[in-house]
Design a protein around this ligand. Structure first.
Ligand code: ZN
Ligand code: ZN
Length: 149
């Protein structure tokens, strides 16, 4: 499992593999040291507790780089003028194809840490707006019990 932590000092991504002996990670960009708490679950690619903020609230999403999608859409829109919209249909098909092939990642609501290739991604719920807002803005802790709708 790969863990992508956001540097709390400069906002850069720090990519690490869980190591139970590591109690901090260092940012390559600003050399800021940040505490992490990896456990044996993490070493076995299971995410129950966030190694950065100790919360248990996660959501899963497709590992899709939004910037790439937006750029493709703009290119297809411009081309659509000459291709009578065919490029938009092609983009739609490409998108559909890519989306199916993309793997899912786990994201921590509280601190945004990303977990790739986690074994328990199937049991993590999809993004929930209400949970996100309550965690981000009123610092609510759901303790790993997602809201039911
Ligand atoms: Zn940094
Ligand atoms: Zn976290």
């Amino acid at each position: 499992m790969e863990v992508q932590i956001t540097c709390e000092n400069c906002g850069s991504s720090i990519e690490v593999y869980p190591d139970i002996n590591a109690n901090q990670v260092e940012c390559d960009v600003c050399n800021h040291n940040q505490p992490v708490h990896f456990n044996t679950d993490h070493e076995n690619s299971i995410v129950e507790v966030c190694p950065c903020c100790q919360r248990k609230d996660f959501y899963k999403q497709k590992d899709f780089n939004r910037a790439v999608g937006v750029t493709l859409f703009i290119i297809a829109s411009i081309l659509a003028i000459w291709t009578y919209g065919i490029s938009l249909i092609v983009l739609y098909l490409v998108d559909l194809f890519l989306f199916k092939k993309l793997s899912s990642i786990i994201v921590c609501y509280k601190c945004g840490t990303i977990f790739r290739n986690a074994k328990n991604v199937g049991s993590v719920p999809d993004f929930n707006h209400e949970m996100h807002d309550r965690i981000k803005y009123s610092d609510h802790d759901f303790q790993g019990k997602p809201l039911e709708h």
